[in-house]
Ligand binder design. Structure first.
Ligand SMILES: NCCC[C@H](NC(=O)CCC(=O)O)C(=O)O
Ligand SMILES: NC(=O)OP(=O)(O)O
Length: 316
């Protein structure tokens, strides 16, 4: 594997999930695979889980790890081709990415969307420039429109915890105070549409996701109906796709409470984290038995390790 940016880069999703679960059982089975290989994790935005789980995954495979918080520690990056760089940007992404490719065998990149220009965000301009110029295999650590390492960990978690062959999985919108990207819900939807699950998306009117990611999903504006008989409820806020990056007032009543879970099939509650308590999800859910958010975050290691293993195998 040379690129991991979406579910479309995976030839056999089930095999990758199985691999992640194998690695969870035997974390050090491939501890020499990454000997003398280096991964550079490049962050243009904050991260706790992606940073630490990908580092841990790389270390389990015997790799060396370098982390660059380029937004704070690097030179200000110019992204536009043909720019006359007489302003605040100091270094063009063409040189920066090419140089990083000289130091690392694999590069991971996190770059959130600006949520101002849909065309630019949905063309994955920043991530694709890294791909174009770095010259080494590249893994998305969450880009403008997708978060595939998260979605793989989510699918691993569902596979591990499901109590029936074809579980009902519901992605529900939740309230927030600011516009958030569509990357996590887009990506989760895209992976669920390829998985053997009964998949529903619930959101207030106006928060329709781009239909490229939701082919095969049942979509509704009624949360109560959506979560009936659900095995897994994936909670996430996102801003509108159209008008792009906007949030509409109201909808505070979309925050789940224990009372609302009564009609589910003892649903397990998932969230990619970070989560704002008592805004997106109530304390009683996060501190109660139905929450699997920490378990889900722990699975990030095995998802990342399965992907890095495939990339390392492609290098040798
Ligand atoms: N990597 C996981 C989610 C990252 C991001 N959340 C955030 O930016 C939360 C910010 C806040 O709550 O202020 C998102 O939704 O895509
Ligand atoms: N879920 C997730 O990607 O967390 P971080 O943003 O902390 O990496």
């Amino acid at each position: 594997m040379k690129l991991f940016s979406s579910v479309n880069d995976v030839t056999d999703v089930n095999a990758l999930v199985k691999e992640a679960l194998q690695l969870k059982q035997f974390p050090y089975a491939y501890k020499d695979l990454g000997e003398n290989k280096t991964i550079a994790l490049v962050f243009l935005n904050p991260s706790l889980r992606t940073r630490m789980s990908t580092q841990k995954a790389a270390l389990n495979l015997g790799m060396n790890v370098m982390v660059l918080n380029i937004d704070k520690e690097g030179w200000a990056l110019e992204l536009r081709d043909g720019a006359i760089m007489n302003g605040n940007t100091v270094e063009h992404i063409r040189e920066a990415a090419a140089v990083m490719g000289q130091y690392a065998d694999i590069i991971g990149v996190r770059s959130f969307p600006g949520l101002k220009n849909r065309e630019e965000d949905y063309s994955e301009m920043i991530f694709n420039k890294f791909v174009e110029f770095c010259g080494v295999p590249i893994v998305s650590l969450e880009s403008a429109t997708r978060h595939p390492l998260q979605s793989l960990a989510d699918l691993v978690t569902i596979e591990e915890l499901k109590t029936r062959a074809r579980p009902k999985v519901v992605l529900t919108w939740a309230p927030h105070i600011k516009p958030l990207p569509q990357a996590v819900p887009n990506s989760f939807a895209e992976w669920m549409c390829k998985a053997d699950v009964d998949f529903t998306i619930a959101h207030p009117k106006g928060y329709e996701l781009c239909s490229d990611f939701t082919q095969g999903a049942t979509i509704t504006h009624n949360q109560e109906e959506a979560i009936a008989d659900a095995d897994f409820i994936y909670v996430k806020n996102w801003s509108a796709y159209e008008p792009y990056g906007k949030v509409f007032g109201g909808n505070e009543d979309w925050m789940l409470t224990n009372d609302r879970l009564k009609n589910t099939n003892k649903a397990k509650i998932m969230h990619c984290l970070p989560v704002r308590r008592n805004l997106e999800l109530s304390d009683e859910i996060l501190d109660g038995e139905s929450s699997v958010v920490v378990h889900e975050a722990a699975n990030r290691v095995w998802a990342a390790q399965a992907v890095l293993k495939r990339m390392l195998e492609g290098l040798s």
